[in-house]
Design a protein around this ligand. Structure first.
Ligand SMILES: [Fe+2]
Length: 188
């Protein structure tokens, strides 16, 4: 496993323990998927390690941080500012940790909703976040996605998004437009 920049390690060590544990479990999943699919481990490891650095922030603080850094929230993000925690983490990574690898920044920025045409590093990170073994225990349908992810990343993401969108519809929840775009793009 690659050594993370110390500034990122310090930041992770200040997160709540439940979040540190999730990051550690997701990291193992991400590195396994990166190896299986011959994706460069270094950007995957940095992105999955940093993806939830802003997850524990209040929604109102997330919104302030995002807008102060030039992000114009859409309607769904205004209503559910926690959806921007990846964006805030990506801003921190770029400004405070000096990360300029666009593969890493994209993966962190879009790990919650996904985004049309995102690259393989981002796709691996997207899946690894959802395939934390603790999440699979709580939502057994994710076990099928885990199996699929070993063979076909795009199909695994498509099936995941379809399950997630169904869930959100059933709950009467808002749906982020990028998740719909992302799902449709995977049908092409
Ligand atoms: Fe996460």
């Amino acid at each position: 496993m690659d050594i993370l920049p110390s500034v990122v390690q310090d930041q992770i060590s200040q997160l709540p323990l439940w979040l540190q544990s999730h990051i550690e479990r997701s990291r193992e999943v991400a590195l396994k998927l990166a190896n299986l699919h011959n994706i460069d481990e270094t950007p995957v490891d940095l992105a999955i390690s940093a993806h939830d650095l802003a997850k524990a922030m209040d929604g109102s603080d997330i919104l302030i941080e995002a807008t102060n850094n030039g992000i114009v929230p859409n309607f769904v993000e205004m209503e559910r500012p926690e959806l921007l925690h990846g964006a805030v983490a990506a801003i921190w990574l770029k400004k405070k940790a000096g990360v300029d690898d666009e593969r890493v920044l994209e993966a962190v920025r879009w790990h919650t909703t996904g985004k049309k045409c995102m690259g393989m590093v981002a796709k691996i990170v997207f899946l690894a976040d959802k395939l934390d073994p603790d999440k699979i225990k709580k939502s057994p349908w994710l076990g099928d996605i885990e199996l699929l992810a070993n063979d076909n990343v795009a199909l695994a993401i498509r099936r995941y998004l379809e399950g997630r969108l169904r869930y959100l519809l059933n709950e009467g929840e808002l749906i982020h437009p990028e998740s719909v775009e992302f799902r449709n793009s995977l049908m092409l």
